[in-house]
Write a protein that binds this ligand. Structure first.
Ligand SMILES: [Zn+2]
Length: 73
């Protein structure tokens, strides 16, 4: 078991501390993902998705909505 932690890295941009990733509609596991706000490279989609799923997936506090991950609430 992996400790349940909030998404304090990878999915949250460490540069501007937002969680707005730029995810193309035709995203595949090898697609590089950047922060929508500042454009910093955050990781490849496969890494980010794996991290998201470990921490509750899209039914948790985060939701994948039209190519963007949004924090609910
Ligand atoms: Zn950013």
């Amino acid at each position: 078991m992996v400790d349940a932690k909030y998404l304090n890295h990878k999915l949250e941009c460490p540069y501007c501390e937002t969680i707005r990733l730029r995810i193309p509609e035709d995203v595949d596991p090898g697609t590089p993902i950047s922060c929508e706000d500042c454009g910093q490279f955050l990781g490849i989609w496969d890494e980010l998705l794996t991290d998201l799923e470990k921490q509750g997936g899209t039914d948790g506090v985060f939701r994948l909505d039209k190519g963007r991950i949004r924090k609910i609430g």
